[in-house]
Design a protein around this ligand. Structure first.
Ligand code: 3PG
Ligand code: MG
Length: 400
């Protein structure tokens, strides 16, 4: 799949309607606590400005369906406009609505080399289902459509699919962030340098069943960590004490059994577990062999033997995909397993791809994000791309 990018179109004197994913975390004072989704969108925006075009930005923030914008400031994109202004150093205007009078007036008044951010698309009832009365207005705002919202690419809502479709024969391209995410989360893993090792962690095997299946079909080894490991252990007849199992557990145990059969030697499980007797860092602790966790203990991290084993496999890899932490990385000392894996990834000379969500937070928390090849800005989107899914919002873009 080679989609046209924003670099492939003449933007001089044109209005580029660009969908970004500015769904960033805000604290109680509406201060942005992680602006990576904004900084990663800058290359596409700057490329248009440098070539004499103007940019109209659309995004969602949270899920404010049916909420009155005036009543709930926590869903407003206003703080994003302010951050963009600091980062870009050009006029960044903000419209207090998406398709209303303010947006229409500001789109008309927008000059080349300037940026306009529209208010949160999800304040509009028409966004979710892509109602024509709504998408048809947005479609008139741009001469060119650009999708640089990787984190939202698994969604088919109005600004992702309805708007570009309503723009008819106007150019529809991807931005540099979407191009880069596809290059790593899809292209690099479909033609990987080997050994190709995947590390999959997190809480529920149910959420990652399709990712693990797809990775088992293309990887040499899949390392399992996190709470989902207990479903595998239990499915093998192990004792897991008070460790996490989905409730009810039957479906997860069946999935774990299925994966054990499909995976065979490729699927590696923890050989030991760092356990505690309460969910806090200063609880009583012990290291248990896999499948031998005492009744009053609960597994919070992979154990030291597993850390060493996984680190050796990871260091020898030439391609690595990592999705999901190995333990409770927010609560030391149970961050040790996740940290050991992160450090092994950095020590390898592999192409290393961190699949967003919690693993992206972990690698940032450890200060190692700039030492891996790619950290995805997508949560659900990166997971679905690793499943090998196709996205309507990407499929509709023009081919090179
Ligand atoms: C995300 O943060 O996962 C994306 O911005 C998509 O948001 P959504 O799950 O609310 O569609
Ligand atoms: Mg989400």
């Amino acid at each position: 799949m080679a989609k046209k990018t924003i670099a492939d179109v003449d933007v001089q004197g044109k209005a580029v309607l660009m969908r970004c994913d500015f769904n960033v975390p805000l604290d109680d004072n509406l201060v942005i606590t992680d602006d990576r989704r904004i900084t990663e969108a800058l290359p596409s925006i700057e490329s248009v400005l440098k070539r004499g075009g103007r940019v109209i930005l659309m995004s969602h923030l949270g899920r404010p369906e049916g909420v009155d914008p005036a009543a709930d400031a926590k869903y407003s994109l206003k703080p994003v406009a302010a951050r963009l202004k600091e980062l870009l150093g050009v006029p960044v205007h903000f419209a207090s609505d998406t398709v209303g009078a303010d947006a229409e007036a500001k789109v008309k008044a927008l000059k080349n080399n300037e940026v306009l951010l529209l208010e949160n698309v999800r304040f509009n009832k028409g966004e979710k289902k892509g109602e024509s009365s709504y998408v048809n207005i947005l479609a008139t705002f741009g001469d060119i459509y650009c999708n640089d919202a990787f984190g939202t690419c698994h969604r088919s809502e109005g600004s992702m699919v309805g708007v570009p479709n309503a723009m008819g024969n106007k150019p529809k391209v991807c931005g540099f962030l979407v191009e880069k995410e596809i290059k790593f989360l899809s292209d690099a893993i479909s033609n990987p340098a080997r050994p190709f090792v995947a590390i999959v962690g997190g809480k529920k095997v149910d959420d990652k069943i399709n990712v693990i299946k797809n990775l088992l079909s293309i990887c040499d080894t899949v390392l399992i960590g996190g709470a989902m490991a207990f479903a595998f252990s239990k499915a093998q007849g192990g004792q897991i004490g008070k460790s996490y199992l989905p409730n009810p557990p039957e479906a997860s145990l069946a999935l774990a059994k299925e994966l054990l059969t499909i995976g065979g030697e490729k699927l590696q499980l923890p050989v030991d577990t760092h356990c505690g007797d309460a969910f806090k860092g200063d609880c009583n602790k012990m290291i248990a062999k896999a499948g031998q966790i005492p009744e009053n203990f609960e597994g919070f991290d992979i154990g030291p033997e597993t850390q060493q084993k996984y680190a050796e496999i990871v260091k020898a890899a030439k391609t690595i995909v990592w999705n999901g932490p190995m333990g409770v990385f927010e609560m030391p000392p149970f961050d040790a397993g996740t940290r050991a894996v992160a450090e092994a990834i950095v020590a390898s000379d592999a192409t290393s791809i961190i699949g967003g969500g919690d693993s992206a937070s972990a690698i940032q928390q450890f200060g190692l994000a700039d030492q891996v090849t790619h950290v995805s800005t997508g949560g659900g989107a990166s997971l679905e791309m690793l499943e090998g899914k196709k996205f309507a919002a990407v499929e509709l873009l023009d081919e090179k």
